[in-house]
Design a protein around this ligand. Structure first.
Ligand SMILES: [Zn+2]
Length: 168
């Protein structure tokens, strides 16, 4: 099967039945909820999605995403580059009983939507892997240095994310 770009909408059962394989290189700016957290808008987001039908009727997506995000270090407030490589193997079930025969390698999701947004789907998988408090690996600020930051209660970039989620 030749690899092709990922369509804007995932048609779950249709793609799974055909065992389609997609890959595409996006930019951080293509994912509004991710780009709200990061300052490297032009950076590449490599996405590969393999669709399959398991047990003859359960649509599954095996995927791999690779990206670097320039986030704000929560200790020194400078930029910190975080490499993320979320991998997932999802089975979309109509009901929990459907999953009983399925390999334990699959993470199961109860889902009745045949069609959903590719960008939103990828966004959710990336955001799960983003550290809640990104920090440099080295001691970028001393304990004393971090005190005023805590007192100021600087707005956490993830508060924005929460707001976006609440609007949905
Ligand atoms: Zn730092």
């Amino acid at each position: 099967m030749m690899k092709q770009g990922i369509p804007e909408q995932i048609k779950l059962f249709k793609f799974a039945t055909k065992a389609l394989i997609f890959s595409q290189v996006y930019q951080v700016r293509d994912f509004p909820r991710i780009s709200a957290l990061a300052s490297n808008q032009d950076a590449a987001v490599n996405v590969a999605l393999n669709f399959s039908l398991e047990e003859g009727r359960i649509p599954c997506i095996k995927g791999e995403i690779k990206l670097n995000l320039a986030l704000t270090c929560q200790r020194c407030l400078d930029e910190v580059s975080v490499h993320l490589e979320p991998k997932f193997q999802l089975a979309f079930l109509k009901n929990e009983q459907q999953g009983e025969a399925l390999s334990a390698n699959f993470e199961t999701i109860l889902n009745t939507d045949e069609e959903f947004s590719t960008i939103e789907f990828i966004t959710d998988e990336v955001l799960i892997s983003v550290p809640m408090t990104p920090m440099h690996k080295h001691e970028c600020a001393s304990y004393q240095d971090t005190q005023p930051i805590n007192k100021q209660k600087r707005e956490n970039p993830f508060a924005i994310l929460q707001q976006l989620k609440n609007k949905e």
